[in-house]
Design a protein around this ligand. Structure first.
Ligand SMILES: [Zn+2]
Length: 299
């Protein structure tokens, strides 16, 4: 858990605090109150609190719905409780939406009005800004781009459904694919007994390992399929990639671009569109919560 207070004039951080999340242990809400209190600026009027959390959640009501791992948070009125405790307005949205909002306001997407943000790490998440507005949706569940279907009846996703982008292009999916191929006897410099991670597969791929190369090729291919659909749907002027897996460079993005180019149904979708890396790194969550609080309290 991280918290920070920001000056509304300079937008510079005033105080910051980080503690272990201990996601599966009880007492999470008390830890959260504690970390907010640690960055509270007593002699300044606090205007609003923005909160980012893993989904699914409802940004309209500020309730967490059913985050995995811990029943404490199921159907939990997080923003209302924070608001009641600190006597100030509190707003909630999911991590990926907020990272997208942060990149749009303060990062790689600055100056753009239509932004598609994708984080590719252990999972795949999305955040979409259209005409300078964060896309939230009727239930507040919009832009779950990692759960877009790229292969009907395909691999099972972390959510339990088949054929989602996350089941092909996430770090978890890349590792799973390599382990299954090794299990089936495919030759490789990687061994089943090795501690195989998306990063170690990237190292093997850069050293010319055919299986490792194929794993990233496959991830990039499916990412291209999905992003073609996202361009058809949202028509952004910039596509921003965040998350650890997107740091591997050409291994992922060469097959991605090849796949994307052959799948957009009109070349116009790609004209003048920037494809780039996120620029805010680990601060994207905090800055997204700041952007959310500023956006919502101006309403
Ligand atoms: Zn899914």
């Amino acid at each position: 858990m991280r918290a920070a207070s920001y000056s509304s004039e300079t937008l510079e951080p005033i105080k910051q605090k980080k503690i272990d999340t201990l996601a599966e242990e009880a007492g999470g809400f008390e830890r959260l109150l504690h970390v907010i209190e640690a960055v509270w600026v007593a002699d300044e009027a606090v205007e609003a609190i923005g909160i980012g959390s893993p989904g699914p959640l409802n940004p309209h009501t500020g309730y967490l719905l059913a985050p995995p791992n811990n029943p404490e948070w199921h159907n939990f009125p997080l923003a209302p409780k924070i608001s009641e405790y600190f006597k100030v307005k509190a707003y909630l949205d999911n991590d990926a939406n907020l990272a997208g909002l942060a990149e749009y306001r303060y990062g790689a997407g600055k100056g753009h009005h239509d932004v598609l943000y994708l984080t590719v790490s252990t999972g795949v998440g999305g955040g979409v800004v259209i005409a300078d507005r964060l896309l939230q949706g009727y239930h507040g569940l919009a832009a779950e781009l990692g759960h877009s279907i790229v292969e009907p009846n395909g691999e099972i996703c972390s959510c339990g459904f088949a054929g989602h982008l996350e089941a092909y292009s996430s770090g978890t999916a890349i590792v799973k694919y390599v382990c299954a191929e090794l299990e089936a006897g495919t030759k490789s410099s990687m061994k089943r007994t090795d501690d195989i991670t998306a990063r170690s597969i990237a190292v093997a791929a850069n050293a010319g390992d055919a299986l490792a190369l194929k794993a990233y090729q496959r991830a990039g291919e499916y990412l291209g399929i999905a992003v073609a659909s996202f361009l058809h749907t949202f028509d952004p002027s910039i596509v921003i990639f965040g998350g650890g897996v997107s740091q591997v460079g050409a291994l992922l993005f060469e097959p991605f671009q090849a796949s994307l180019q052959k799948r957009v149904f009109h070349p116009r979708y790609l004209e003048g569109v920037t494809f780039t890396q996120a620029s805010l790194g680990d601060d994207a969550g905090l800055l997204g919560a700041l952007a959310l609080a500023r956006m919502m309290s101006k309403k």
